[in-house]
Design a binder for this molecule. Sequence first.
Ligand code: CTP
Length: 436
Amino acid sequence: PDVETFNCRQALEQLSSNIFELLRTAGTVGDELNQNVYVVGGFVRDLMLKTDNWDIDFVTEGDGIVFAKALHQAVGGKLTVHPQFETAVIRLSSHITLDVVTARREYYEYPAALPKVEKSNIWSDLFRRDFTINCMAICLNQSSFGDMSDYFGGMKDLQNKSIRVLYNLSFIEDPTRIFRAIRFAARLGFHLEVSTRQFLQQALQNDMIRRLSHDRIREEFLHMIREQESFHHSMTLMKELGVFQALHSGFIVQSHTLERLKGIRFAMEGFRQLSPSSFNQTVVMLMQIMSEVPPAYLEEVCQILVANQTLIQQMMKSMNQRDTIYHILKEDEVDRFTIYQLLRPHTEEALMFFYNDSDDPYIRHYIAFYLLKLRHIQLTISGNDLKSLGINPGPIYRRILDNVLKAKVLGTIYDHDGELKYAENLYNRLKEAPHA
Ligand code: CTP
C-alpha cells in the first residue's frame, strides 16, 4: 500500500458486501452501547494488502462480552463467551469468525509466562501486540467509521515490507513471537527490521524459546507447516536465525533438508493423484525436517514436535531403519519380494518421506513402485480355503500362505484360482518332503 494515498474507508467499501455490512452493524451496536469499537490486527493488515481475511478481530473500549452478545443478536451465528478473559467468539459460518476482546493492557509476571491482563483503552491494547503491521485499528462507530489508528508506524512498515516489534522485550515476554516473526516474514516476503532481528537473536541467546511448553512450540510449528506456500521459506529463516539449534542442540537442519523440503509438496501431490490415499502430510514434513537429527537426539527432538507417543515410536522406527533400507534398495536389481518385505512394515508417511529424502534414482523408483503397486497386493485365499482343500489346521497354514503371497508378489500367480492351485501344489510337495 502507498501510505500517502491509502484511503481506509474506500478500502472497506470495496470489501464483499456482507463483510462491509457486518462492520457497519458492529459500529451501530457499539454506538447503541456507547462503546468505541475497532477492527484490529490481521484483518487491517490484510485489508491494506488486499488479501481476504475472514477472521475478524474486534476490540471494544467497554465490556466486550456485552458487545459480543448484542452483535450476536444482530448478526446471528454461534456465540461462545470466555468471561475470565473478557473475550467472546462468534462463529458466523464455516469460514467467518468474529473475535471480540475488551481493550486491555497486558503485563507479564515473568518472561514467557501467560500474560496478566487489565481493562484499558485501544492504545494499550495495540501496544501489547506483536508487530507494527499487526497493530493498526480502524474505528467502526458511525461518526468515525473508517478512521485508522496507526500509532506505531504499521502502514509504513507494510510499505517497506518490514517486520518490527514495538519494544525491545517483545520476544522475551512472548517467545512465540520468534516463530510468528518468521512466519509473517515468510508468508508476506518481508524482512526482519534490523533491531527486531537483534532482539530476536538476543531472545534466542537467552534460551527464551526453551521456556515455552512443547505444546506452544508445536502449535507454532504446525502453523508454519499449514502455510504450505511459504513453508520452505520459513524453515530457511529458522535455520538462518538458529532457531532449530535453540530448540535443541541436536536439532540439526542442513541444506539437504531445506533442498528436500522444496519439492516435498509436489512429490506428495503426485502420489495422491496417482493413488488415492489418506496419508498425513504433516507427518511426512516433520520426518523430513528431522531427517538430519543424529539418532541419539532423535527421540528428544520428536518429543518437542509431536504429541502422540505412538506416532513418535513409529516415526523413529522408520527413521532409524532408513540407512538399511537405502543400502538394500540402492542396487539396480532388487526383487519384488525383497522390496515388499522391506517396505511393508513402514507407514505410508514414512515411505513418502524416504521417497522424497533420497537422492538415488533406484531407491526412489523402488519406493514409488511399492507405493503405487506392490502394497496393494493381497491374498484372496485364507485359512478357510486351505481347510476346504482338506489341509489340517496348524503352523503349516502360515507357511503355505506366506509362500502363496510371495509367489503373488513375484508375479508368478495373479488371481484366486492361481492362489488355490499354488497352495494345493505346495501342500502336496510339503507332504512328501515336509522339511524341504
Ligand atoms: N498477537 C500478538 N502476539 C501473539 C499472538 C497474537 O500480539 N503471540 C496479536 C496480533 O496483533 C495479531 C492478533 O493478536 O494480529 C491476532 O492473532 P492471530 O489470529 O494469531 O494473528 P493474525 O494476525 O490474525 O494472523 P493470521 O493471518 O495468521 O490469522
